[in-house]
Design a protein around this ligand. Sequence first.
Ligand SMILES: [Zn+2]
Length: 99
Amino acid sequence: MKVYTCCGHDTVVKRIYCPSCGTSDIQEQEISDHGTIYSFTKIHVPPIEFAEIAPYNVVLVQLMNTTAKVTGRLMGDVSIGDTVELDRVENGAYLYKKV
Ligand SMILES: [Zn+2]
């Protein structure tokens, strides 16, 4: 996956212009698909479109070698500090699995 860096801030969200300084010269960097669980919330009563996959976890993943974090989804039990890997991106959602 990729992170975009400007003004000392890393993000996985691609922007045309940096929201801080306005430049279009944003650094792009390929990073590892691995990260660690920074925080998570187990969803038992999901929005209707996710009803059939509940319960699942909404996870905040600290990506490796960057300050960027990404919100994703992970099935099964998880703990803070667990190592996870990006499985796939589906409809704009980052789906993680434990490694
Ligand atoms: Zn900037």
